[in-house]
Design a protein around this ligand. Structure first.
Ligand code: SF4
Ligand code: SF4
Length: 281
């Protein structure tokens, strides 16, 4: 498989790298989340999260990752709204609860917090299935009446959705770095996802597709076909309907580990019960 090269993928030249002399301020607000999206961010290796933080973005606020806490970090966040008005990126992770009782941050509801921040942001990015589509908090009976980010913020704010549960670490970083080096969001598809990362289904570039084409399928996770790396379609793989770049970036993910794609980047994936269901053929 090809090795992923972030510079080529988001069109950053060596000259642009050399000229980069400031870091993109980022405010990361967590709504109803599991922190998995932030954890994914820290696992990027091309470029690494460390390289990203030291050279390209300045993570000014994150409940989980900021060194400071409490009123200090809240005051700092407010100061960033003024200091970098129109220049910072607002990253949102998690579903937005329909009622204040479910999540308050420093005496404000998280929805108020997001609306306030988005008014001053250069761009807003919904990281993860929860903020992009409602995800896990909005699944089932949706006891918190959670909704996706787009339901809350004004229409004139530039927004990108970066779904996945969690999103691919290099896609999180790549989307942020596109803004850093090109001054704005990458080209988006009709669903507001960066085209460069969401233009094809997982199936189209899957390293097992030659087996699919030959109708060579694993029938169980531990049979001879599984050991030979055959296609996982009969085990319920949702790669054919999942738009994401898990296979195209050349970075081993679920299917390389021998597990079916569960289409975690698609709307309603949890309620559709896409886990390990064997297909009748
Ligand atoms: S999208 Fe997945 S990983 Fe991210 S906050 Fe929601 S449940 Fe967690
Ligand atoms: S494993 Fe899944 S994504 Fe890969 S070829 Fe088979 S059905 Fe398609």
């Amino acid at each position: 498989m090809p090795q992923y090269n972030w510079l080529e993928t988001i069109n950053v030249t060596e000259e642009m790298l050399e000229k980069a002399d400031n870091r993109l301020p980022v405010i990361w607000i967590s709504a109803l989340d599991c922190t998995g999206c932030k954890e994914a961010f820290t696992r990027s290796f091309e470029p690494t999260a460390l390289d990203t933080l030291l050279n390209f973005i300045s993570l000014e606020y994150s409940k989980l990752l900021s060194v400071a806490g409490g009123f200090q970090v809240e005051e700092h966040k407010e100061s960033i709204f003024e200091k970098y008005k129109g220049e910072f990126v607002l990253a949102v992770e998690g579903g937005i609860p329909g009622s204040d009782e479910f999540l308050m941050i420093a005496d404000k509801s998280v929805s108020e917090e997001i609306i306030e921040a988005s008014k001053n942001a250069k761009a807003v990015i919904a990281f993860g299935n929860c903020s992009a589509w409602g995800g896990i908090p909005a699944a089932g009976s949706n006891p918190t009446n959670s909704v996706d980010l787009r339901t809350f913020i004004p229409d004139d704010v530039p927004v990108a959705l970066v779904p996945g549960c969690p999103p691919i670490p290099e896609v999180i970083v790549g989307t942020l770095l596109h803004i850093q080096f090109h001054g704005g969001l990458p080209e988006l598809d009709k669903k507001l996802r960066p085209k460069v990362f969401y233009q094809a289904t997982v199936h189209m570039t899957c390293h097992r597709k030659a087996f699919f084409d030959q109708k060579l399928f694993a029938e169980s996770y531990d049979d001879e076909g599984a050991r030979k790396g055959y296609c996982l379609f009969k085990l319920g793989c949702k790669g054919p309907t999942a738009f994401n770049s898990c296979e195209s970036l050349g970075i081993d993910r679920c299917i390389a580990a021998g597990f079916t794609c569960i289409s975690c980047s698609e709307k309603g994936f949890w309620d559709k019960g896409t886990f390990c269901g064997k297909r009748k053929m």
